[in-house]
Design a protein around this ligand. Structure first.
Ligand code: FAD
Length: 259
């Protein structure tokens, strides 16, 4: 089995987003592997353990995105590739999907591609489906379990987590899946894995290496605003007993129509 996992580097989830001159900024927040993508790495590694083969982590981003790839290597991926090109700055999800699909084709003989359900910065949740469409492969989204993967009949069966329950969905390999939290806790990078990842040589592929011209983004985001600041009043309720304080609190909640 040859499995590709797509991982994005994003600002830490605790980072506060601000908008400066119409530009989104997460300040000096540390950059981490997109938390949802750790589940995608886990799903890929479980399949590698069951069927043998390799897991190749792919990220599109700047040089710093190699750290997200090293995290995936430390978890157990066999190889990693960075897609980076100045012409990809500000790329929309379709342009990103085109570059990811070209890298998957260049890797060659790929059976399965795993994605996270969404990136916590862009929150589009569409890149897996768009990449599958460009490749012409089935897209099985929001996967909580891979119940069957048969490399001889070239089929995959998964369970999808949806609001009203679970669905069993089947498709042909090669396929693209996006993985949700219900899949199970992703493993921690091992000490040996971290050492191996720190020494890894990660190749960088530009658009020329992928045989792509500069992709034209069809979506732009000219205006982004922070939500209006909320006015918060704090009041400490004093009283001689817990009951008196609780009664005052209940009165105030009733007056504010909270209860
Ligand atoms: C403020 C703002 C608004 C935006 N609005 C739009 C918009 O309306 N339409 C639009 O097309 N684009 C938009 N973008 C761009 C979009 O965020 C990027 O194109 C992005 O790479 C894809 O969307 P996402 O990050 O939300 O990924 P999602 O689709 O949420 O990501 C799903 C999965 O795809 C994989 N993935 C995503 N990006 C990468 C990557 N770079 N490398 C490897 N794997 C990856 C990961 O597995 C991830 O879990 C916007 C960006 C910003 C900053």
């Amino acid at each position: 089995m040859k499995i590709v996992v797509c991982v994005k580097q994003v600002p830490d989830s605790a980072a506060k987003m601000t908008v400066e001159n119409g530009q989104v900024s997460w300040g000096e927040a540390p950059l981490v592997i997109n938390p949802w993508d750790e589940y995608a790495v886990e799903a890929a590694l479980v399949q590698k353990e069951a069927h043998g083969g390799d897991v190749i982590a792919v990220s599109l981003g700047g040089e710093s995105a190699k750290e997200a790839l090293k995290h995936a290597l430390a978890m157990g991926c066999s190889e990693a590739v960075l897609i980076s090109d100045p012409a990809l700055a500000g790329a929309d999800s379709q342009a990103v999907a085109k570059a990811l699909a070209a890298a998957i084709r260049k890797i060659g003989d790929v059976d399965l591609v795993t994605f996270g359900r969404q990136a916590i910065d862009g929150d589009m949740g569409v890149t897996a489906a768009q990449t599958a469409r460009i490749l012409g492969w089935p897209a099985l989204t929001l996967v909580s379990r891979i119940s069957q993967l048969d490399s001889s009949s070239r089929t995959i069966q998964v369970e999808r987590s949806v609001e009203d329950g679970r669905q069993v969905v089947q498709g042909k390999l090669p396929a693209v899946i996006s993985v949700v939290k219900d899949f199970g806790e992703p493993r921690y990078p091992s000490f040996m894995g971290i050492r191996k990842a720190s020494r890894a040589n990660i190749p960088t592929w530009g658009l020329g290496d992928l045989g792509l011209a500069a992709p034209v983004s069809v979506v732009s985001w000219p205006k982004v605003e922070n939500p209006p600041a909320r006015e918060i009043k704090t009041e400490i309720i004093a009283g001689s007993s817990a009951q008196e304080i609780a009664e005052q609190l209940a009165d105030k909640l009733l007056a504010e129509k909270v209860l």
